[in-house]
Design a protein around this ligand. Sequence first.
Ligand SMILES: [Zn+2]
Length: 250
Amino acid sequence: MPVMNALLALHQTERQIRALRSRVDSAKLYQTMQQRKLGEIETRQTELTDRRKQRQAHIGTLETEGQSVEERLTKFREDLNAATSTKEYHGLLNEVNAQKDIKRGLDDQALQEMGEIEKIEEELETLKGQHAERTTVVEQAGKDLAEREAEVSDQLQVLEGERDVKRADVSPTVLDRYEMLLDDLDGDVMAEVLEVDRRRREYACGECSVHLPFDQVNRITGNADEVLQCETCMRILFVSEEFREAVVVK
Ligand SMILES: [Zn+2]
C-alpha cells in the first residue's frame, strides 16, 4: 500500500479515537465546572454561618453589658429615692439619665445586629435552595460521565486495536513524524491540497490556505509514497484520488 494511503487510513482511525475521547473530556469538564460552582456555594455558606456566629456573640456581649447598666440604674434609683439634698438628688438624676442613654445605645446596637442576622439568614435560605439544585446537577453530571465512559470504552478498545494494525502499515520514519505532529497540532495534522486555478497551476493548503508551489503539488500527486508538509502550517499534505487523476501529468 502506498505510504499516503496507509497514513490516511491511520489518520481516519486516529480522528475517530480523538472524537470519542473528546466526548468524555467534555463531560468531565462539565462535571468539574458544576463541582466548582457547588464549592463556591459551600464557601459562601461557611462564610455567612461564621459571620452569623460572630454577630450572635456580639449580641450576647451587649446583653451582659445591658444587665450591668440595669443593675447600676436600680442602684441609682434607690439612692435617688433616699436623697437628702437637692444637689445630691440632681447629681443622681444625671447619673440615672446617663445610664439610660448608655442602655439605649446598647439596645440600638443589638437591634442593628439582629437586622444583620436576619439578612444573613435570608441569604442562607436562598443558598440552601441553590445548593440543593446544584447538588442534583453535579450528581447527574457524574452519572452522564460514567455512562459516556462506559459507552465509549468498548468502541475505543476496538478502534485502538485497528489503529495498531494501521500503524504497522506506515513506515517507522513517517510514523514518527506523524505522531510528533499529532502532539504538536493537537490531532489536526493532515491538509488536503486544494486547486485554486488549474490553468495557472495555482494550488493552496486546505488548512492554512497558503499558496503551494506547483513542483511540490506535482511530487505529491505523482507519487503516493511522497510525504511532504506544508511549510507554513507543517501539516502533511495529501490529495484526493479525483485530484490525482485530474492533475497528474500525463
Ligand atoms: Zn498549510
